[in-house]
Design a protein. Structure first.
Length: 94
């Protein structure tokens, strides 16, 4: 149940949806996300943390920087309904 709550929480902010939309196209560093979103570094960091907790983003280290990629949470269904829902939702994000 907690996994589902974390996913819903992760999807509950416009900035996080914008991050997911950007990561849908390609993997990005936090600096690239900050520049694209035009928000402070701390804001990007906070939202990436919420998205990681929800299982919607994963990170990997490349040299001295972290690179983020979109991911599907463990709570996603096997039939792909969640993935379709998320894709349709992100299509509507500015």
């Amino acid at each position: 149940m907690e996994e589902v709550i974390n996913v819903v929480r992760a999807l509950s902010a416009d900035t996080r949806l914008r991050v997911l939309k950007l990561l849908r196209g390609r993997d990005m560093s936090s600096v690239e996300l900050q520049q694209s979103l035009k928000v402070p570094r701390q804001t990007v960091s906070y939202h990436l943390g919420v998205l990681e907790t929800g299982g919607l983003v994963r990170s990997r280290r490349e040299g001295r920087r972290l690179v983020y990629a979109a991911a599907l949470p463990a709570a996603a269904d096997a039939e792909g309904r969640f993935e379709r829902f998320l894709s349709n939702t992100l299509d509507d994000v500015n």
